[in-house]
Write a protein that binds this ligand. Sequence first.
Ligand SMILES: NC(=O)c1ccc[n+]([C@@H]2O[C@H](COP(=O)([O-])OP(=O)(O)OC[C@H]3O[C@@H](n4cnc5c(N)ncnc54)[C@H](OP(=O)(O)O)[C@@H]3O)[C@@H](O)[C@H]2O)c1
Length: 240
Amino acid sequence: MKIILTGSTGYVGSEVLRQCLAHPSITSIISLSRRELDITHPKLRAILVKDFTHYPPEVLAEITGADACVYCLGTNVPVRPPELNRKINFDFAIETARTFAAFFTENQHKPPQGTFKFVYLSGALPEKDPNRRLWVLAENRKMRGELENALLQLGRENERRGGVEIYIARPGFVQPKGAFLQNWLVGKLSNAIMLDHLAACMLQVAMGEKRDSIIENDELVSIGKVVASESTLAANSHVT
Ligand SMILES: NC(=O)c1ccc[n+]([C@@H]2O[C@H](COP(=O)([O-])OP(=O)(O)OC[C@H]3O[C@@H](n4cnc5c(N)ncnc54)[C@H](OP(=O)(O)O)[C@@H]3O)[C@@H](O)[C@H]2O)c1
């Protein structure tokens, strides 16, 4: 399989990249980032992208043959000024999804299994009602709600034509692997997930069967746990 990844230099995206490199069924990873990666690997091709609202033909040529995109680009806190925040956290995502949806529904670019999957890494508490009064992170939660609506609409349009499925992962608090206290906390907090489980789940969705578009934190946790333990078992059975 060939996977496109954005945000590969970030906290979540770098774990998705690590798992892609280790995954036996993933043979090619195209990373789209604004700066060089600090790793090289035979399966990895890193492409620098200047503007994630516009994909020139040479970049589209690189993504030809891809089966899915895991989109992890975004900021955890609002960037200033607000126009730049919207550009990074709204325009980049929707224009990437639109461009890929158009590209991968053309007959000559359709993936072999027939459907291209776009998995967007969202966050907890997106707000769909632009008029609702919010006290915490109002700007980004409303923008995320608007973006999710636009992505779901794009998914519905493409479902009718066939060829592209859009998925939205809504993790809560993402905890790094290995920290004992933090691992314990994840078990106590209802809206938290381990980083490796989140990455494993998004990859599973990108490579798996058709399913519901929105994946809430609880489901991310349960799928991610199963996939991550299967991968560990598979890795151990190779060692013995
Ligand atoms: N971390 C969490 O606990 C958490 C929880 C729920 C949801 N999320 C969401 O997941 C997404 C990623 O979070 P993260 O924690 O992985 O963030 P992160 O570590 O800050 O990584 C962000 C990624 O986006 C890229 N990026 C940011 N601004 C960019 C720009 N102007 N142009 C091109 N690339 C840009 C970064 O590239 P550079 O390295 O070049 O800056 C990096 O690869 C965000 O949307 C966040 O809201 C995160």
